[in-house]
Write a protein that binds this ligand. Structure first.
Ligand SMILES: Nc1ncnc2c1ncn2[C@@H]1O[C@H](COP(=O)(O)OP(=O)(O)O)[C@@H](O)[C@H]1O
Ligand SMILES: [Mg+2]
Length: 244
């Protein structure tokens, strides 16, 4: 599915961004090709979420470029980034706990006025996540953390994004659940060719399911390679994967 020879769908070029007048990112570069899963790892505070926010227009880019699907989207507002085809799953839980699964999915399509289209997209998501279909009438706050994360991913897919960006999909989940989520991410990539950029604190598991990865340290990317190549790199192992 992956075609690293073709042109990237997302290019982050020499990105400088931060908070107030202080840069956190000092020239970040990364590419995502159609059909790839790309994982950004790095220590806490390295600026991973800041990259995510800068690409999505949640903070402003001071220098550099974000190119998506052949067009410059640098400093687009989040709704315009979304419209251009990037959907996100943020790090903090973003579901409505008082509402049912189905209601949460409907909320995810609040901009769509065509009822048939809404029903059709929700059915597609239930097909991709049968568990959500079984629990469509369940109140979301009563579901497990893993199921809520699946719902967030499903909701992001309602809009048929060309790229899904996720900030720490494993955050707050037990290791066995993290494994399930990552496996599901991998199968979405296999089954529908979903292109994914994810940020992971859980470096080893994130790289295991990814085609390529980048290490971010102190606001610059320091290593890049295939997922397995990074796992096998002695320096990356020692510094970021807990040795051995
Ligand atoms: N809203 C904010 N205002 C000011 N500084 C922030 C804000 N969010 C994050 N930072 C700082 O930016 C740096 C990078 O944070 P972040 O991108 O969240 O790192 P990571 O996701 O890699 O753990 C940290 O030093 C953090 O304290
Ligand atoms: Mg973060």
């Amino acid at each position: 599915m992956t075609d690293t020879n073709g042109s990237p769908i997302l290019q982050v070029q020499d990105l400088y961004a931060g908070y107030l007048d202080f840069d956190i990112l000092h020239g970040v570069n990364l590419d995502v090709h159609p059909g790839e899963i790309v994982c950004v790892i790095g220590p806490n505070g390295a600026g991973k979420s800041t990259v995510f926010r800068a690409v999505y227009g949640l903070i402003s880019v001071r220098l550099g470029h974000v190119i998506f699907d052949g067009a410059e989207i640098t400093n687009f507002k989040p709704q315009d980034v979304l419209r251009s085809g990037i959907a996100i799953v943020p790090q903090l839980r973003s579901v409505f706990p008082q509402m049912t699964v189905h209601e949460n999915l409907e909320m995810g399509m609040f901009l769509e006025k065509n009822k048939a289209r809404i029903a059709e997209r929700i059915d597609v998501v239930y097909g991709l996540f049968p568990r959500l279909g079984e629990r469509s009438k369940q109140q979301v706050g009563t579901m497990s953390g893993g199921e809520q994360r699946m719902l967030e991913i499903g909701r992001a897919l309602l809009l048929e994004p060309k790229l899904l960006m996720m900030d720490e999909p494993s955050a707050g989940l037990a290791p066995s659940i993290t494994r399930q989520i990552f496996n599901h991410i991998r199968s979405l990539n296999d089954e529908i060719g979903l292109t994914i950029l994810m940020i992971e604190q859980n470096a080893r598991q994130g790289l295991e399911v990814s085609d390529r990865g980048y290490v971010l340290e102190l606001g610059v990317n320091t290593y890049e390679g295939t997922g397995q190549g990074l796992i096998d790199d002695p320096e990356v192992r020692r510094a970021f994967l807990g040795g051995h």
